[in-house]
Design a protein around this ligand. Sequence first.
Ligand SMILES: Cc1ncc(COP(=O)(O)O)c(C=O)c1O
Length: 460
Amino acid sequence: MKSYLSKMGQRTPEPPISWLMQAALSRPRLISLAAGFTDNPSLPVAETRAVLNQILRSPKTGRPALQYGSTAGDPALRKLTAEHLQKLDFQAAVSSSFSPSSLLLELKSRTRAKDEDEKIYSPGRLLITSGSQQLLYMTAEALCDEGDIVLVEDPTYFVYLSILQSRGLRARGVRLERDGLDLAHLEKILQSLKRSGELRRVKLFYLVSYFQNPTGVTTSFEKKRGILKLLGKFERAAGHPIYLLEDAAYRELSFSGRADLPVSQDVQQRVTTIPPSTLAAPGTAERVIYTGTFTKPFATGARVGYGVLPEPVFSAVKHIKGNHDFGTANLLQQLFAHALASGAHEKQVTRLQKRYARKARVMKQAIAKHFPPSVEWWEPAGGLYFWARLPGNVPTGVRSKVFQTALKNDVLYVPGELCYADDAARRKPNHEMRISFGNASEENIREGIQRLGRVLRKFL
Ligand SMILES: Cc1ncc(COP(=O)(O)O)c(C=O)c1O
C-alpha cells in the first residue's frame, strides 16, 4: 500500500539517539558512555525546590507562572539572559588571546549603542525557546527550503544532522581539526559550490563552538572571525546572506577555574582561553544567530534554551514558534529567572564544572591505562566528551565487530560515523567513537573504559 504519510513523515527514521538510549535501558549491566544524559547526583533538586517554593509562595506570585506567557518569552528572563550572555562575553574578552582591550572597547560601545539593531545584548533580540534544540529546528524552518545546503563541521552534533535529513536539506562537511575548523577547507568548499552554481542554495553554517559535541574541540575567536569573513566574501555570489549559526550548548561547562587539576599543559592553555562568542566579532552581528541553553549547565529536565537572532530571522522564528507552542513553559522560565537573579544558577554551574573536570580526569586516567597506544584520543577542556580514533580504519559503526563486541561486554559508545553528514564529496570516516563521562559514575567510568579497552585490544 502506498504510504499515506507526508514526505517528511516518510523520510524521518527513528533518531539514532533513541536507539542508543533504549539499548542502555534494556541491559541493566550495561555501562553507557554513549547517552547524552548528564550527571545524575548533581541535579539541583533542593535548589529547584527552593526556587519553586519562592514562585508559588502566594497566588499573586504563583498565578503568572501557571498562566500562558508570550511567544518571545518572559520579559524578566529575556533581560536576565541578555545580561548573562553579555557577562560571559565580557569575561571571555578580558582573557582573550585576541586583542582584549580593543575587543572590550568594541563590546562596550555596542552595548550602549542608540540604535536598537546595533545592541547585541538587547532583550529585544533574544528569544526564549523550549531547549536550544527547538531553536536549531526553527532556524532550519525559517531559513531553508527542501534541497538547500547547510554547512556543518565534519563531524558534528548528530541530532542536528537528523533535522537536516528530515527536512530534506543537504549538508556539506567542513574539516574539523584539533584547534577548530579548517578555514582553507571551508574556502575550498565555498569556491566549489560557486563553480557548480549551488552557492545560492547555501543558507547557513552550523558551528558547535565550545567543547564541541562530539569531539570536545573549541573554535578560537580568530577562527570564528575567519568563518564570518569567508561567508561574507561569498554572499554576493550567493545572492543572499549566509548566516553563522553558533551553538554554544556546552559553553558554561568549561573546566576553567579548576586549574588545581593536573591536566596536560595543552588542556590548561585551552581552559584559560575560552573565546568570546561570534556576537562579539566587530561588524558582523547581523549575520550571527547564537543559541545557548540552561539545560546543560543547570538541569537537562528543565528544557529552556535561548537564541539571539538578527532581523528578519528573529521575527520569522518567533512567528514559527507561535505555531509550534506560542511560548515556552512559563513555570520553567520563571524557575530560570529566579535562579539567575538569586545566583543559584551560577552556583550550580561552578559545582558542575568541578564535577565534570573530575570525571574527565578519571576518564583520562582510565583511557591512558587501558586503551592500546595506537588509539589516538582527544582530551577535552570542558563539555562532556572524549573523542577517540582507531588506527588502520578499524570500523566502529553499529554493525562493526568492535561495536557488537562492546555491546556484548556491556559497554556502549557513540559510533563516530553517526556524527558525519551524508556528503558525497568525501568518504565517511567510520573508525572513531564519542565517549561521554557525563552520566556514568566515576566507578562506572573506570569499569566502562576497562571493558572498552579490552574490546579494543582484541581488534588492534
Ligand atoms: C550541541 C548541542 N546543541 C544543542 C543541544 C540541545 O540541548 P537543549 O535542547 O537541552 O538545550 C544538545 C544536546 O545534547 C547538543 O549536544
